[in-house]
Every structure is written in C-alpha cells, then in structure tokens.
Ligand binder design. Sequence first.
Ligand code: FAD
Length: 502
Amino acid sequence: MTNDEFDYDLVVVGGGPAGSTVATLVAMQGHRVLLLERETFPRYQIGESLLPSTVHGVCRLTGVADELARAGFPVKRGGTFRWGRNPEPWTFAFAISPRFASDGATAYQVERMKFDQILLDNARRKGVTVRERCAVVDVLEQGERVCGVRFDDEDGVRRELRSRYVVDASGHRSRIHHRIGGARHYSDFFRNLALFGYFEGGKRLPEPNSGNILAVAFPSGWFWYIPLGDSLTSVGAVLRPEALDRVREGDRETVLRQLVSECPLIAEYLAEATRVTDGPYGEVRVRKDYSYIHDTFTRPGMLLVGDAACFIDPVFSSGVHLATFSALLAARSINSCLAAELDEPSVLQEFEARYRREYALFHDFLVAFYDTHQDEDSYFWTAKRLNDDGVASAVQAFVRLVGGGGSGEGALLDPDGYLRERREAFQELTDVVQSPVAVPGEDRDLLGAALLKDVLKEGVRMQTQAALGGNVDDQRPIRPGGLVPSADGMRWRRPEPSATAG
Ligand code: FAD
C-alpha cells in the first residue's frame, strides 16, 4: 500500500482522555488525524479525581493546561485517608515532593463530562478531525499489519477508512482490543466492585484540604468521597467480591445507604446531604471486572492506550494518569515513525516498556496498600522501595508515585523546578568538597575524591541538560538499547552513547 492510499496518518478510536491526548499530540506534529467517538459529548464517565502529572504535565504538552485552570474545577492538594492501622485520618500534600513544581503540585477533581469535553475541543483546535456518533466495529488488516478501521457513521452507514496507524482508546468496553493479539487478563487480586452515586450538600474537609479526595476504609471495603464543586460530591463504595450478591440482590440505592451507615466518617460527611436523583448524576451505578491488563499493547500499525489496555483500581486515581501518560508514549512512537526517524519495532517496544513499567509501579504499590493492617509509614516505605530515586525521603517517594511522577519523566514534572533542585544539590556537594572542616573518623581525601567525582558527573549532566533544554533523567534510557524522549517530548530518539540505562 502506498502513502497516497491512506486517508489518514492516524485514526484514534474513542474520545476520552487517552484518545483526545494521543490525537492532539500527533496532530500537533502536522499529521492528519481522525478521532472517531461513539457517543455525543458531553457524556457521563467515572474517574473524577486527577493527578498533577496529568493536569500540569501531559495537559501542558497538549496546550490545554491554562484552559483547565480557568474551568473552576476544585483544586486537589492531595489526599486524606482513614486507612490502615491508624484510627485517625492522615493527609498528604503533593507539595511534599520537591519533584512537583510549587505551581504544579496540585490536581483537580473534575466532572468528567466537562473535563473530557475540554480535552476533545482542544484536540479539534489542534487540527484533529473529530467525528462523534461514529462507532468503530473492527480494524482493517493487510497481512500482519493493521491499516484502518471499519465503522458505523453518523447516519448508521457502515464505512471503511485506511490509515497508517490505529490507536484503540475506546476504554474498558473496547470492541477491537482483541485485534492486537493475545487476551485481556483480569486480576485475581483486584476483584472488587464499585457502587456509586452523587450527593448535594455534603460536608467538606477543613481548609486548605477541602478539595482533597477523602478515602475511608471500612469492614466491607472503602469509600471515595470526591468534592466536584461547592455542593456536589461523588461518593462510591469499593467492595470486596463477597459483596456482589448483596448488590445484585438488593436495590442499589438502599444498599448504598446501608453501606454509608456502616462507615461512620462518610455517614458524618453525608449527614446533611441528599442524593441526586435526576439528570446524569441521578443513577446509582455499579462497575465490576475493571482490573485487567492485556497481553500485549502493540502490533504493527496498532497500539492500545488507556483503559483499552489496562486499569488497576480507583484508590489512587491512576486511571486518567495511565490513560494520558500512555497516550503521550504512543504519540511519541507514532510521531517518530511518521517522521521516518526510527524503526517501528524499536518505538513500539519503547512505548510498551515504559507503559508497563508505570502500570507495574502502581499495581505493586496498590497491592501493598490494600494490606490495611499497616500504618502510613509502612506504605511510604513501600513506595520508596518500589520507586527510589536515591534522593527522596519515604514520604516524598510515596507522594511522587501517587502524584503520577514515578517515571521521573520531565514531561510530567516541572522541568524548571527539577533543574533548580539539581542546581541546589550541585551547590551542596560543591560546598562539602570545598569545606575545610574535617569529618571525624573519615578519610577527607577519599571522601573528597568520591564527592568530587559525583559533582563533576552532575556538572556534565547539567551541561547536557542546558544544551538539550530538557530533563536530564529523560536522557537516560530505562533499559539497555532503549530510547529517550526528544528535547520537546514529542518523539523518541536514540540516547547519547555515554548514557547508561537507569
Ligand atoms: P474512556 O474514558 O472510557 O473513554 C473511551 C471513549 O471511547 C468513550 O468516550 C467511549 O464512548 C468511546 N468508545 C467506546 N467504544 C467505541 C467505539 N467502538 N467506537 C468509538 N468510540 C468508542 N480514574 C482516575 O483517574 N480517577 C478516579 O478517581 C477514578 N475513579 C474510578 C472509579 C471506578 C469505579 C472505575 C471503574 C474507574 C475509575 N477511574 C478513575 C478510571 C477511569 O475511569 C479510566 O481510567 C479513564 O476514564 C480511562 O480513560 P480512557 O480515555 O482510556 O477511556
């Protein structure tokens, strides 16, 4: 097939956060992108609590961060948890981690109908052709390669379009994910189900934490309590699989009310509240079988992103983070291929390796977090063990991980802040080396020589960073033979020969 036979460079299936992000980032490189969305927006979706890595990281790359800031979503400074051995609620703030810039150490609680609309409209403005009410039913193939989609258009007419790449971003109900090959595997560990609804007039946490997510463990599972505005609150119970019969056999509204009464803190917060009973928030909804991962995320010509590929559990709001982060990784791979800069197998491997690493980080942490017999210090140390950068304290490592910054990706963190931090570390080391004060019991020369070596190494890294204009950690591959992000974060490139895998 020649290039002229393709209608588009990329067809994206689904207009949620994953789909609109990958579509935008590829269109911003001047490529022809079509996004097909089954519904008419705004449409309801769960997943309202976001992370800094999305709203200040990926959304800054897609150019929509300022619009989000103007949209008036409640600002989430962190999380408040009644969880583990500690009977009292404990709170963390994203600002504890020096890896998030001071103005980037927050996220939002969003009504997804509004958030997803803003992202989709931004995709349109960035050059993506968006068609709503178009349901993709299958992919087109040529040999091993996917080369387009078959879909029912706005008038219900079945059509075909050819494209050089297809991204499946159609979420947990994807009809085409299996065309990647392999199968979706459901988690044996996270077999929970969620029962959720909306309330007006619920209590708020004291300032400055009124925008925090409140998560409260209770005997049957745990509750989320997410403020979506001054008065509207999203309330959901995540229940162990044993509760399935109770939900299946009972009236949902009654079961939700009973569960609230079994959880004193949530009952107190909802004491004056009334459940919303009409409009998109009027239904008490159930979701189950939502924890899974696909065998493979790629095939020649096709990639899975967001919930089409995997999802773990709602507890630390990783869903939209994994959706937008995987969209960024996918966009880099597609942009690199479309620019004919790198070979397709290498960029697809890079996408999959980084996506799986981030998934595994959250997965392994969440498995440990579900052991509610620990206290918060133990959770912090688990985060440090899983995601140690050699600098952060245990609580900082925890906050960086649950803020979506575990990958150390410059695109997700604040590059200026990071640079500032490294400069300070550089200065500290320089001061120690130059200090005339002897360290009792230590060989000053040896200590000095070792430190000097580190300082020089750091100096070289900083100079490289200045030259490339990006985060130095981004210049190190995550695996031998791996790729690194380009300076603008939009493509992959081969690392400098001296860069070792981190
Ligand atoms: P989606 O948001 O599902 O978007 C997929 C889009 O594809 C939809 O618009 C759909 O209409 C469209 N589509 C589907 N099929 C087709 C087709 N055949 N053709 C064309 N279009 C199609 N995440 C968080 O970050 N924070 C939270 O607090 C949170 N809470 C959660 C609570 C629960 C109980 C659950 C189950 C999940 C939660 N999540 C949360 C996860 C979050 O909902 C998802 O991870 C996120 O919405 C994934 O985004 P996406 O773009 O991949 O998919």
